[in-house]
Design a protein around this ligand. Structure first.
Ligand SMILES: [Zn+2]
Length: 182
């Protein structure tokens, strides 16, 4: 495995965990994931996750913003599973994600109640800790292959969904996905 210049294996692991969080959440939120990378991009981000929105006819733009917000938060939340700490504090050190979350929340005036509910779920670990294994498997693949195409991620996920199908987290994920337009 070739690590990017100046990156330790421990640091690389954490980046892979972070990006796996984005990728998994994007997938769960019904986005069309194009690529997840544990390698830096031209903007010198440590890693990245690119996805497209698949809009159903009855979906409004705000709902899409809400999902983008959650996906941006998911990197920090995934880190908190493996390294401890409050996802909010971790997010504070992940400037790109923090900017994204802040910008979206301001743009659409995301209702605080929904946002707080999501954050509390993340904080109480009910949402993320029980999908630990999923994050781990995606992070392993990311470290091995450096980049995962959307197809590769989707190939991983059917099995992963079964792993978590009986868990409370699965219900939480599904609950988030089903949430109607805000
Ligand atoms: Zn991120």
């Amino acid at each position: 495995m070739m690590l990017p210049a100046g990156r330790t294996r421990e640091c690389d692991r954490r980046i892979a965990i972070h990006e796996a969080g984005h990728g998994l959440m994007a997938q769960r939120m019904g986005m069309w994931v194009e690529i997840v990378s544990a390698d830096p991009d031209d903007d010198r981000r440590d890693g990245y996750c690119q996805y497209d929105i698949l809009l159903a006819h009855d979906e409004v733009e705000r709902h899409c913003h809400w999902r983008r917000c959650v996906i941006a938060y998911a990197g920090a939340a995934a880190e908190s599973i493996f390294y401890g700490g409050d996802p909010d504090s971790i997010l504070f050190d992940r400037r790109d994600d923090l900017c994204m979350v802040t910008k979206i929340r301001e743009t659409v005036n995301l209702p605080s109640a929904e946002w707080l509910e999501f954050r509390n779920k993340a904080r109480s670990e009910a949402l993320f800790r029980t999908v630990r294994r999923e994050v781990e498997i995606v992070a392993d693949s990311l470290q091995e292959c450096r980049k995962l195409s959307g197809d590769q991620l989707r190939q991983l996920l059917p099995t992963l969904s079964q792993v978590a199908s009986a868990s409370p987290a699965q219900s939480a994920w599904l609950c988030l996905r089903r949430q109607g337009p805000l």
